[in-house]
Design a binder for this molecule. Structure first.
Ligand SMILES: [Zn+2]
Length: 132
């Protein structure tokens, strides 16, 4: 990984900011008595040992608007996991550096541009939308 500490910390901050905003939006959507358990989960925030829990828990809710957010929340949780295990910034397909510029635009990117484009071509051929 070619990212230095300050680059990594600024990317972490941008992930955190985005994550918070998503959770706030989801929280607003869920602000009804029947969704109280999810509100409590969001208010409690991710425990260190259960970083992945919020995205997974929210995935159980069948609301289109939440659905859109949950994908992004899980992407961010996955990116945080990669920061922790040191694989952040490396392409999951080829292992090359994803590159700072790309990460600044898409901090949750897990593929380099070349692999991502290959993947999109593949999915486009199958008629399935590619994801980051
Ligand atoms: Zn790659």
């Amino acid at each position: 990984m070619s990212l230095n500490k300050s680059q990594l910390s600024s990317l972490t901050k941008s992930l955190d900011r985005h994550y918070k905003k998503l959770l706030e939006e989801v929280r607003d959507e869920l602000d009804t008595p029947q969704h109280q358990q999810y509100i409590e989960l969001i208010d409690r925030g991710p425990a260190d040992s259960a970083d992945e829990a919020i995205g997974d828990a929210l995935a159980d809710i069948n609301l289109a608007i939440i659905d859109r957010h949950v994908g992004e929340i899980r992407d961010i949780e996955a990116a945080r996991g990669r920061i922790k295990d040191g694989s952040f910034g490396s392409c999951v397909d080829c292992g090359n550096d994803i590159g700072l510029e790309r990460l600044q635009v898409h901090p949750t990117a897990k593929r380099c541009l070349i692999c991502q484009q290959q993947r999109e071509r593949l999915y486009a051929a199958e008629g399935v939308p590619g994801r980051l």
